[in-house]
Design a protein around this ligand. Structure first.
Ligand code: PHE
Length: 468
């Protein structure tokens, strides 16, 4: 096989652009919206601790594995896995995990677009002063008003999907670089300002304690959730990082690059958590409130600080951009694959895929209002039901897609990728691609891919099953 020097779908101009793009993919709603509400739902410190452990022991090795597979093959994930497998004398069926990952990424995009749509609505709301000096109750009512209105949700969902498709159609490599350079640092500065505000609420220590107070007896409760979130927040297990890796310059160091991305992603999440929880406690809000947590707490903060209206607007613009740079990485693996496979234009392929994701996303739109009683995966006294209208418990459409992707498909996909890098590729290939100066560092990374990460994923799955 001749290996392309450059992927059909483009190439980054430098290592920094890969860092920016991968950080853009990793930092998103997962950090600012999902991490705090998951932490709240699973009781705080135990969840945070397990999440950090999973990032280090499982997430980072998988991220390295994906990057190196992508860069080695310089093709979309499906073709990368297939060609490297064949080259190594293994079965072309190794393309399957990448194919499933590709679909999982599209499923994530379907709901991600709806939530990102909320921040579009909040940009408008903040800008027009809808949240001026609201208290926690009023903010809660405004949020409930948004999610109860399928039309409003649909408009924003449509707009966000179009934004995502727009960048993808033009080509990721061209569009991303400029926006990321400005937006990443700015997002961080604004988060720090929010953190500054949180210190003044008088509940900072309570928030801090909630996040970092480790309760060993709660570890099992949120273990699978924490691992799933580690995958989600790093964008691993679906091929997003792999496809970005395939655009990475040959000479760039994978280890150092991936480490940077992981650290930035974790910092943003922890800062968001530390900024949010003091506001939650100061406003007498419920930490376990679920997906609305950020959308209820932040307006309260912005409603009561000087220049809050401007800062709030800017903040939600940044959330939007963070979500945008993540959502394009969900669409890219499938678009890259179909371009390679069919030879059709990016524009046509993007349009079709974005419309499909939009349609599935309508399920999430409706799950917050008229479709809320539709429950999937119901474990009731009389056994398991796949679908039940109005069942107590069970998961609605949004919960189901989230559960299926984060807790099942991402970990399985990541497991397949890391096993592939550790056991199918030869040690020489991996060493050559990682190109690390220190032999000790290489050995550590190599064994973390071969053993630590796979065992980690399996242990969490077994612990979850044992819990049932
Ligand atoms: N990492 C992104 C976030 O934290 C979400 C994501 C998941 C992106 C999977 C790509 C693939 O918001």
């Amino acid at each position: 096989m001749t290996r392309n020097a450059i992927s059909l779908n483009g190439s980054w101009t430098s290592r920094w652009v890969f860092i920016l793009a991968a950080t853009g993919s990793a930092v998103g709603l997962g950090n600012i919206w999902k991490f705090p509400y998951m932490t709240g739902m699973y009781g705080g410190g135990a969840f945070v601790m397990m999440y950090l452990v999973c990032i280090v022991l499982v997430g980072m090795p998988i991220m390295i594995a994906e990057t190196l597979i992508g860069r080695r093959a310089r093709m979309s994930p499906v073709n990368a896995m297939r060609s490297l497998a064949v080259e190594a004398g293994a079965s072309p069926r190794f393309a399957w995990p990448a194919l499933i990952g590709m679909v999982a990424a599209l499923l994530i995009l379907s709901f991600y677009s709806v939530i990102a749509g909320w921040s579009l609505d909040y940009i408008l709301g903040m800008g027009t002063g809808r949240f001026q000096s609201v208290d926690a109750n009023a903010a809660g009512a405004l949020f409930a008003g948004l999610t109860a209105d399928p039309w409003r949700l649909t408009i924003w969902h449509t707009l966000f999907m179009a934004l995502t498709g727009f960048v993808i159609a033009r080509g990721v490599v061209a569009g991303l670089e400029k926006s990321l350079r400005v937006m990443m640092p700015l997002l961080f500065v604004l988060l720090l300002m929010l953190l500054g505000y949180s210190v003044t609420t008088g509940h900072f220590m309570q928030g801090f304690h909630f996040l970092f107070n480790f309760q060993p007896d709660k570890v099992l409760d949120g273990l699978l959730a924490a691992m799933g979130h580690a995958f989600f927040t790093l964008s691993v297990g679906v091929g997003s990082i792999m496809v970005y890796g395939s655009y990475m310059p040959r000479q760039a160091s994978i280890g150092a690059t991936v480490l940077t991305v992981g650290i930035l992603d974790t910092l943003v999440a922890l800062t968001a958590g530390m900024a949010l929880f003091p506001i939650v406690f100061a406003g007498g809000l419920e930490p376990g409130a679920g997906p609305g947590l950020m959308f209820v707490t932040l307006p309260v903060a912005f409603g009561s600080i000087p220049f809050g209206q401007v800062m709030g607007t800017v903040f939600f613009v940044l959330v939007l951009i963070a979500a945008w740079t993540s959502s394009i990485s969900m669409l890219e693996p499938a678009v890259a694959y179909l371009v390679e496979r069919t030879g059709r234009s990016r524009v046509a392929i993007t349009t079709v895929l974005a419309m499909l994701c939009w349609l599935v996303g309508m399920g999430t739109v409706l799950s917050f209002n008229v479709g809320a009683p539709a429950k999937f995966f119901v474990f009731a006294e009389d056994g398991f039901h796949f679908f039940q209208w109005g069942a107590e418990g069970g998961r609605n459409f949004f919960d189901s897609i989230d559960y299926l992707t984060s807790r099942i498909l991402l970990p399985l996909g990541g497991l397949a990728f890391v096993l592939f890098a550790g056991w199918v590729l030869t040690r020489d290939t991996v060493r050559d691609e990682l190109n690390m100066r220190s032999p000790l560092a290489f050995t550590l990374v190599y064994w973390s891919m071969r053993v630590v990460a796979p065992v980690g994923v399996l242990v969490v799955f077994v612990a979850e099953l044992a819990k049932q």
